[in-house]
Design a protein around this ligand. Sequence first.
Ligand SMILES: Cc1cc2nc3c(=O)[nH]c(=O)nc-3n(C[C@H](O)[C@H](O)[C@H](O)COP(=O)(O)O)c2cc1C
Length: 336
Amino acid sequence: MNLTTKYMGLVLKNPIVASASPLSESVGGIRRLEEAGAAAVVLFSLFEEQLQLEATALEQHLEEGTESFAEALTYFPKVGDYRVGPEQYLELLHQASQQVQIPIIGSLNGISSKGWIEYARKRQDAGAQGIELNLYYIPTDPKMSALAVEKHKVEVVQAVKAAVTVPVAVKLSPYFTSMASLARKLKRAGADALVLFNRFYQPDFDIEELTVSPTLHLSTAEEIRLPLCWIAILRGQLRISLAATTGVETSAEVVKYLLAGADVVMTTSALLRHGPGHIATLLSGLQQWMEAKEYKSVKQMRGAMSQKNVADPAAFERANYIKILEKYKQEYSLKA
Ligand SMILES: Cc1cc2nc3c(=O)[nH]c(=O)nc-3n(C[C@H](O)[C@H](O)[C@H](O)COP(=O)(O)O)c2cc1C
């Protein structure tokens, strides 16, 4: 059985990639992911704000409280609060790429196309075989159009691509007016892969303290459907690598994402819940399924249920919406 796959030009021994998480904060952690069978590891992100803080010693300004930009940044952690600084990050990348056989992908989380871009090149020099760009941004300004938001993302990708020769993946948030069009623009800007999707971390309210509190719940398998749907739609329409991220709890989710058309399937929540050894469970479940269904390779599976390949392509569009509602009504009236 051939589990190999190609992701943004990298040949991987299987389709399971450990996505950005604290599990990659040490060489030991990265080695454990490799031992468990991960085909590649995406390192946790360094944030643009963190790099800016370091570069301009903004922390000092923050304490003085004089600058309006600095004031805005008070909502971010201070320099010393990040567990790993930019230099340590490069050192980790260097050490890890010396000590493991699998590709290490560095992750940058930022939204502007200035200053921090050169950092992408430093990662490449430190041994990263790819860069994952996380463009997490919530456009709250009513004057900012969807087109402006997209243009901005395209410019960041172009700037990073101009700075490095290793492949660049773009990790996107799930909600855009026209996802397929944006995906095409990013490909044209040079993106080698799309990582679908960032989870949208909505804050909660603490009604005792009357504060807005950050929340992070690990994902569940139910959450695969949004990325699953978009991977199935994009596969067959765009020649670009696609990585699935969100909700991979068992091998069933791995199988679904591959059938939709993912080149690789990423996982974090399940590894935090069950430990890195869970990768081996995902892989053996995938192999068992392939054997039962007589698939000989991941390549053969990939996209077998994409929108282009299913018997009923309308199942991914408006027709599906109408069908779901009608089906529910029929079932409900039967029960009533
Ligand atoms: C504790 C934690 C830390 C994470 N850190 C990062 C990060 O540094 N950069 C990033 O792009 N994604 C980060 N993620 C998101 C994951 O890489 C992944 O995309 C997301 O959790 C969805 O996958 P999952 O359902 O398998 O968890 C983090 C997720 C968790 C739970």
